[in-house]
Design a protein around this ligand. Structure first.
Ligand SMILES: *Cc1c(COP(=O)(O)O)cnc(C)c1O
Length: 456
């Protein structure tokens, strides 16, 4: 597919394509980037300009663009079976993927239900929870709790548990909003209070809420360790341990939305391993884990739309019956698409073959060292924080509005050869797990140069 030149590509895109989460009018001044090729951690635009993908193309790309191993697996799958419906049919990639994911949870969550995007995974977990309680004779348990600043997707159902005003306000009439409880955001700690103390304080509010409303509550949904879309809010795992115990005590499901934090992003394959401890090989089901885990984004290596919800034997058993009405009534046309599952299997292979989680420890230490060098003493930078392969800091933008800062910063970073897209006044790095030392330095240097430009 070819276009005569990049300006024609841009023009035709602005005329025919409605871009996501974008005020299209901003593109009168903000350049749209015409990408024609990807190579490893780099995107190449129509003029041959190279951009280091510092946010993994919206947090999905784990092992680089045009990864040879994922490409080879997909080529093989393409010549074998591109798609078959999953109702009444099955195929090797979906079986193998489900088994391998179950094993990664130590078989605590042994059943995988598939969809295509993250918001659908959220909807599935919410619907499964409510239907579980209905099947268990508790139909009144149909409300949800989420944390302040939570993000679980933007479809009408997922907005019920998404607490980002910009995404929710316009659609409020469509949404049956759940309850929000305080976030354990470590930045909110008072003098002398540790992140764990603050987590305990936030958990005590959750406890009071559950004590009052557990009878009507189906589930608590959380983004473990990092609330991504509201600005890389990081918090202590103690909150999740306490939340798990409280949900047990009050008979409320716990949904771990690992769409952003799963697949190694926080340092372990599932973020929840930092709550409940590592998964021993050959482990069998035991407590301490969520009732549901949602995965998407990185699971297909950033190649194809794929999401899934893992659930426990207990959840699964509540649907297993002669009655069709007690079955989980949800489907998407592309549920369990073989190409997407095959990309996910190739992604899991890379984790294993390259011992990625171990290699990332050094990579994230290097990212931190470079960021500290550049930003630790910067007068406009605060709350520099890190969790595995996510590093973030907040910028004092002075009289500049946060949204305007983010757009300026994005444009300035492009000029320095890096793709970075701040969330308001929070700049963050969330690179693919393949950056070499020089690439990491290019990323951090570009980020520093962009900061000076954006604040000027
Ligand atoms: C991105 C994201 C979603 C939504 O996924 P989409 O594929 O964009 O619908 C849900 N939850 C979290 C935590 C996310 O980061």
């Amino acid at each position: 597919m070819s276009f005569p030149n990049s300006s024609e590509l841009l023009q035709r895109s602005l005329a025919a394509v409605w871009h996501p989460c974008t005020q299209m009018k901003h593109h009168e001044t903000l350049p749209l980037v015409p990408v024609v090729r990807g190579e490893g951690a780099w995107l190449v635009d129509a003029d041959g300009r190279r951009l280091l993908d510092g946010i993994s193309s919206w947090w999905v790309n784990l092992f680089g663009h045009a990864n040879p191993r994922i490409n080879a697996a997909l080529r093989d799958q393409l010549d074998t079976l591109e798609h078959v419906m999953l109702a009444g049919f099955t195929h090797p990639p979906v079986v193998e993927l489900s088994e391998r994911l179950a094993a990664l949870t130590g078989h605590r969550l042994g059943h995988a239900f598939y969809a295509s995007d993250g918001a659908s995974a959220t909807e599935i977990a919410l619907k499964m929870s409510v239907h579980y309680w209905r099947n268990s004779g508790r139909p009144e348990k149909c409300r949800f709790i989420s944390l302040a600043g939570s993000y679980h997707g933007e479809t009408a159902g997922a907005l019920a548990v998404t607490d980002v005003a910009l995404f929710r306000d316009a659609y409020a009439p469509l949404v049956r909003a759940g309850s929000t409880v305080p976030t354990p955001d470590a930045r909110l700690a008072e003098a002398g209070e540790s992140a764990a103390d603050l987590a305990r304080r936030a958990a005590s509010v959750l406890e009071a809420h559950l004590a009052a409303y557990h009878g009507e509550t189906a589930a608590l949904i959380v983004e473990p360790l990092v609330q991504g879309a509201s600005g890389m809010v990081m918090y202590d795992a103690e909150y999740l341990r306490l939340a798990r115990a409280l949900c047990d005590r009050y008979q409320v499901h716990l949904i771990a939305d690992e769409i952003a934090v799963g697949c190694g992003r926080t340092g372990t394959f599932f973020a929840w391993e930092q709550v409940a401890g590592p998964v021993a090989p050959g482990a069998t089901a035991a407590g301490g884990w969520p009732d549901f885990i949602c995965l998407s984004k990185g699971i297909s290596g950033g190649y194809l739309p794929l999401s899934l919800v893992l659930s426990t034997d207990d959840i699964y058993a509540a649907f297993y019956d002669d009655s069709a009405a007690r079955a989980f009534l949800h489907s998407h046309s592309y549920t369990g698409n073989p190409l997407a599952c095959r990309a996910a299997l190739a992604t899991l292979d890379i984790f294993r073959e390259d011992d990625v989680l171990v290699a990332n420890q050094a990579r994230s230490r290097h990212m931190r060292a470079l960021a500290l060098e550049r930003f630790a003493d910067h007068p406009a930078v605060g709350h520099l924080r890190q969790q595995g392969m996510i590093l973030a800091f907040d910028v004092d933008t002075g009289s500049l509005a946060a949204g305007e800062f983010a757009r300026r910063y994005f444009a300035a970073a492009l000029d320095h050869g890096v793709l970075l897209r701040p969330i308001g006044n929070t700049v963050y790095f969330m690179p693919p797990y393949i950056l070499g030392d020089d690439e990491m330095r290019h990323l951090v240097d570009g980020a520093a140069a962009a900061l000076e430009r954006a604040l000027r």
